[in-house]
Ligand binder design. Structure first.
Ligand SMILES: Nc1nc2c(c(=O)[nH]1)N(C=O)[C@@H](CNc1ccc(C(=O)N[C@@H](CCC(=O)O)C(=O)O)cc1)CN2
Ligand SMILES: Nc1ncnc2c1ncn2[C@@H]1O[C@H](COP(=O)(O)OP(=O)(O)OP(=O)(O)O)[C@@H](O)[C@H]1O
Length: 193
């Protein structure tokens, strides 16, 4: 039977669902253990940033909040992304323990107050990723627009689980390449491809 060639958007939508379901299959103990290994690799491989953006984990994303505390002890600040408009770059607000979070339009816990800042490092959760350093997100294009808009570009560090590694996410011209991919297996600088 001839394989149906869907357009990239439809292909990505189906893949995104499959990738989220795959990591949701990790039980709580496995999820916590893999997240802790990612945090260990982040601490061992990356320089302490000035302002680290991270994501409040949703849908079984890796939970790397511990690296934020580790970097804060070394003088870093932390920030969370804020969706200010659809089809636009993200903005970032300082997060400290005690910062009030409220669900945004997607239900993601987001700061309702705090200084607006520009991070020099962004931790991006990976629904899917490939060895060339491309990321499959939730389809909003938010991080691609954000990385394209910021100058100097922050260090883009993808965090994901090996179950979500793909041969290729079929990158398009708007897809921003990650500087690092960190999984439970280690911290990788994507190979030239
Ligand atoms: N925890 C976390 N926070 C984050 C992100 C993230 O990846 N993880 N983001 C990273 O950018 C931003 C939010 N990005 C989002 C982009 C799209 C959708 C969304 O709901 N999309 C639709 C349609 C998807 C599709 O076309 O298949 C959906 O899921 O129904 C949600 C969040 C900011 N905050
Ligand atoms: N720099 C950009 N300028 C304009 N449009 C963009 C840009 N980057 C991405 N887009 C648009 O955003 C849409 C979604 O992109 P993509 O599927 O790569 O999202 P994603 O990386 O999975 O999402 P997210 O980062 O929100 O999790 C694409 O259709 C693309 O046209």
């Amino acid at each position: 039977m001839t394989e149906l060639i869907e357009d990239n958007t439809g292909w990505r939508r189906a893949l995104r669902r499959e990738m989220v379901a795959r990591r949701a299959g990790l039980d709580d103990a496995a999820h916590a253990a893999l997240s802790a290994r990612i945090v260990g690799h982040l601490g061992a491989s990356l320089p302490v940033p000035r302002i680290a953006a991270f994501c409040w984990p949703i849908k079984h994303e890796p939970d790397v909040r511990a690296i934020v505390a580790h970097w804060a002890a070394a003088g870093a600040q932390a920030a969370l992304p804020v969706v200010v408009a659809e089809n636009a770059a993200l903005a970032f607000r300082i997060w400290e323990s005690g910062t009030t979070l409220a669900p945004d339009r997607y239900g993601i816990p987001t700061p309702v107050s705090g200084d607006w800042v520009t991070p020099d490092l962004i931790l991006l959760p990976l629904n899917g990723f490939d060895a060339a350093g491309y990321r499959l997100g939730y389809g909003g294009g938010y991080f691609d627009r954000t990385l394209a808009a910021l100058s100097p570009r922050p260090l883009a560090v993808g965090v994901g689980f090996e179950v979500n590694r793909l041969a290729s996410i079929r990158p398009e011209s708007h897809d921003q390449r990650l500087d690092w991919i960190v999984t439970e297996a280690g911290a990788f600088r994507p190979s030239a491809a």
